[in-house]
Ligand binder design. Structure first.
Ligand code: 4NP
Length: 239
């Protein structure tokens, strides 16, 4: 998989948007649907369209893969308009400041498709902008290929993690997903060093302080996430 190295930050979403069409021009006719229970939306029908076969199941592994492939991180929340786009923005900003953008693929997704195609919530974008962080992502639901394409899948809260794992169980056999792909799923706050919280709280129905809290937690978690990845993947070189 070639990475498009653009001479500016926030390239990851463009990469994500371009690659499926470039690699897999023939759409699938499968349109599975399922329902997720959520705290704020009692029942939301989740309809995902799988426009591409699973990439890695077709690719033969190569000995150079681990050292040349970008390390890939997917941030996931419920709607993919508040917490996970902010996490994507905060982590991308850190990676860009270290000039490591060619070594990473960074994306975000939601466990529901309710906001699919939408920009991040304006309150989240404004709060991030005040801290110098741009949020450029467009909401999309998690899809089966994410369990192959990403090295780490970071859930913002425990319900998100449960929903991600439930989707994995549902998709595993039908889409020939790796048996151990569920091990890629971790809680974002498990990386926090300065905060005791175990979850990034949903700010959607609250006031402005909720968005600041999200960013405080994400800045803490993303910093230590990056240090952990670099410590465990020595081939990722800083310039
Ligand atoms: P997020 O926040 O999961 O952080 O993107 C939410 C966005 C939308 C809704 C709930 C939470 N909603 O109920 O539509």
């Amino acid at each position: 998989m070639d990475v498009i190295n653009l001479p500016f930050c926030h390239f990851s979403k463009l990469h994500t948007l371009l690659s499926p069409n470039l690699l897999f021009p023939s759409p699938s006719s499968q349109t599975p649907s399922f329902t997720l229970r959520t705290r704020n939306l009692s029942a939301i029908s989740l309809l995902t369209r799988f426009s591409s076969p699973i990439r890695a199941s077709m690719a033969s592994p190569s000995v150079t893969d681990a050292s040349t492939k970008p390390f890939s991180v997917l941030f996931v929340c419920l709607g993919n308009i508040c917490r996970s786009p902010a996490a994507e923005g905060v982590f991308t900003d850190l990676v860009c400041k270290r000039e490591l953008n060619s070594s990473f693929r960074i994306d975000s997704a939601g466990t529901i498709n309710y906001h699919e195609g939408n920009q991040a919530d304006p309150r989240m974008r404004a709060a991030s902008k005040r801290r110098g962080i741009q949020i450029t992502s467009i909401s999309r639901p998690i899809r089966p290929s994410d369990f192959v394409d990403f090295d780490l899948i970071l859930a913002m809260d425990k319900q998100n993690r449960e929903d991600i794992l439930e989707a994995f169980s549902r998709w595993k056999d039908k889409h020939s997903l790796p048996d151990d792909a569920h091990k890629k799923v971790k809680l974002m706050c498990s990386y926090c060093k300065k905060h005791d919280e175990s979850e990034v709280p949903d700010p959607y129905y609250g006031g402005p302080q909720g968005f600041e809290k999200v960013l405080d937690l994400l800045e803490d978690a993303c910093g230590s996430l990056l240090e952990t990845i670099l410590a465990e993947n020595k081939h990722i070189q800083e310039s």
